[in-house]
Ligand binder design. Structure first.
Ligand SMILES: [Zn+2]
Length: 338
């Protein structure tokens, strides 16, 4: 009798979960999806970057059809490798073009995520008003994009992209990180920050905590520029995602060492991998040289398999971790963690 009851409870639960629609918790340039649908993902790449500077950038610096012609074969290559999603990390004032990304997503069948936020690594890429406005005012602009769409389009950001100096954070960097925190508190968008070494990474995590936000809302981007794996481990144990995202064939041994180190310490679920590759550069004839997005599958995955990494771990790196990192949800500190 007890067995029958148990059986009925299990069947009821299974029916309940199979009938419950998956929550929409990822925002792509073509609309909202469930994190389950993110599938195999490249978590940090670029389709177009324009380094002309915030005071000169405009959409008429490139022709969308010409960019599409150049970029599409590279998106088709990753589609053939089983990728479903491409996270485009180009921020506003550096060439973010929501309409271009939407067009490329529709033409390629690849889901693309874009972002809100500013790139304060170099003042050249920060719009003039950002120097005088407060963190609250900047956040209001980013929250507006998240709630109403980017610049009058029907494209919404799927995460927050900021950048800081590789040294100690400047006042401007601190304001940008604080604006990202305010935006996260309101929208639940993940904060991806171009960072590099450990020093600014831990300073940023500290600002998150001061603003009541759990480090799991933070992606330590370009973490490969920090040599000490123990720093990565420390940040990952706090909850941050550690993004080794500039993979090239020559980096195979180092990335392998890093992944095996994180695996050994049971924290592989905090690792993100990508190429930081691409991209169409409007400054160069026909967009210049375009670096493709296939090296991870060509070089690193076979090397990891050779080292005995389980398929489950590979699935975690390319499916599970991106889904968890970009899933929109407010990640606040518990009162006892403050
Ligand atoms: Zn990048």
């Amino acid at each position: 009798m007890i067995r029958l009851k148990y059986f009925l409870v299990v069947v009821t639960l299974l029916l309940f979960f199979s009938c419950t629609p998956d929550p929409i918790n990822i925002t792509t340039v073509t609309g909202g999806i469930s994190a389950k649908k993110l599938a195999k993902t490249l978590s940090h790449e670029h389709l177009l970057v324009d380094f002309i500077g915030a005071d000169s950038i405009s959409y008429d610096r490139w022709d969308r059809d010409a960019v599409a012609e150049k970029a599409l074969p590279y998106l088709k290559q990753i589609r053939d490798l089983g990728y479903k999603t491409f996270v485009d990390a180009t921020p506003a004032y550096l060439g973010r073009d929501p309409q271009l990304l939407k067009m490329l997503s529709e033409k390629s069948g690849i889901q693309i995520l874009t972002n809100t936020g500013y790139y304060s690594l170099n003042e050249k890429y920060v719009p003039g008003f950002a120097f005088t406005e407060s963190a609250e005012q900047l956040a209001a602009r980013w929250i507006d994009e998240a709630q109403n769409g980017i610049e009058g389009t029907d494209v919404f950001p799927g995460f927050i992209k900021i950048s800081v100096e590789p040294g100690p954070l400047t006042e401007l960097n601190r304001k940008i990180v604080k604006a990202a925190c305010i935006t996260h508190r309101e929208t639940g968008l993940t904060i991806m920050s171009h960072t590099g070494p450990a020093l600014p990474a831990f300073q940023e995590i500290e600002i998150l905590k001061q603003n009541g936000i759990h480090p799991s809302a933070f992606i330590w981007t370009h973490a490969q520029n920090e040599n000490d794996f123990n720093k990565h481990l420390e940040a990952a144990k706090m909850g941050a995602y550690i993004s080794f995202d500039n993979f090239k064939a020559a980096d195979t041994t180092r990335y392998l060492d890093f992944i095996l180190f994180m695996k050994k310490h049971g924290i592989l679920h905090k690792v993100l991998l990508s190429h930081d590759a691409g991209w169409y550069d409007p400054e160069k004839p026909e967009g210049g040289e375009f670096r493709g997005f296939t090296d991870l599958d060509t070089y690193l995955v076979p090397a990891l398999e050779k080292e005995g990494l389980a398929q489950f771990d590979l699935f975690q790196l390319f499916y599970g971790n991106p889904a968890d990192a970009f899933m929109i949800r407010k990640r606040m500190l518990n009162p006892e963690e403050k």
